[in-house]
Design a protein around this ligand. Structure first.
Ligand SMILES: [Zn+2]
Length: 225
């Protein structure tokens, strides 16, 4: 072997070593790249999850002393892993017990981009006999808002919840009225009803509510994409 051959051989060895290292690095990185690529391709929309009330505004309070603001925040938080699992992009208008004005909630929903606002609340009625969830959309709401309302109701029914109503809101609620994007407001159940209050205040009940809401959102995002 001439010095020249030896140099070439060493060069070839080093080149193969470098190529091998590069291949191993690429193979190690591939699953990460694949995961990111699939996640990006499968992202199917953007939803604004709006747990109502918060901070100084407790919303309705049950006879057992549970605040509406606490229930709706817990359900919104239970939705987070499900939204991530289904590759649905989202933002929460609040992720802790703090006051957010209605105009700030509307402003978040009205930021640029294809969005859907889902505002989450609980009902209360003085007299007994009212139970189940209600899904509302604004007067003069877009077709997409109405589709979202019905698909979210279907998602909750699929999880076994009773539907009280799916209808147009007559109170001119700011979060529905002032948003430019499709918007729905869900009253998850009546805190005045013992049966509804049981599922609203149990972890398993709230997780099922979260599953029903995400099921509905996913269906909506698929039909409107
Ligand atoms: Zn409320």
């Amino acid at each position: 072997m001439t010095p020249c051959d030896q140099t070439n051989s060493t060069y070839r060895d080093n080149r193969w070593k470098a190529l091998t290292v590069l291949t191993v690095v690429c193979l190690m990185a591939f699953p990460l790249w694949l995961h990111q690529a699939v996640g990006k391709d499968q992202a199917i929309g953007f939803v604004v999850i709006d747990p109502g009330h918060g901070g100084i505004d407790p919303g309705t309070r049950s006879s057992t002393g549970v605040d509406e603001k606490t229930i709706v925040l817990a359900v919104a938080k239970d939705m987070v892993p499900l939204l991530r699992h289904d590759h649905i992009k989202f933002v929460l208008t609040r992720d802790r017990d703090k006051y957010v004005s209605l105009s700030d909630r509307v402003q978040i929903a009205n930021r640029p981009g294809d969005r859907l606002l889902l505002s989450i609340h609980c009902d209360y009625f003085q007299q007994r006999g009212m139970e189940g969830f209600t899904v509302l959309y604004a007067q003069g709401a877009s077709h997409d808002s109405q589709v979202a309302a019905h698909l979210i109701a279907a998602g909750l029914i699929h999880e076994g919840f009773n539907c009280h109503d799916v209808r147009m809101d007559t109170r001119r609620l700011e979060v529905l009225d002032k948003t430019n994007c499709p918007a729905v407001l869900v009253e998850l159940g009546f805190m005045s009803d013992p049966h509804d209050l049981r599922y609203l205040t149990s972890q398993s009940g709230r997780q099922k509510l979260a599953a029903g809401l995400v099921r509905g959102l996913k269906a909506y995002l698929h039909v409107t994409r």
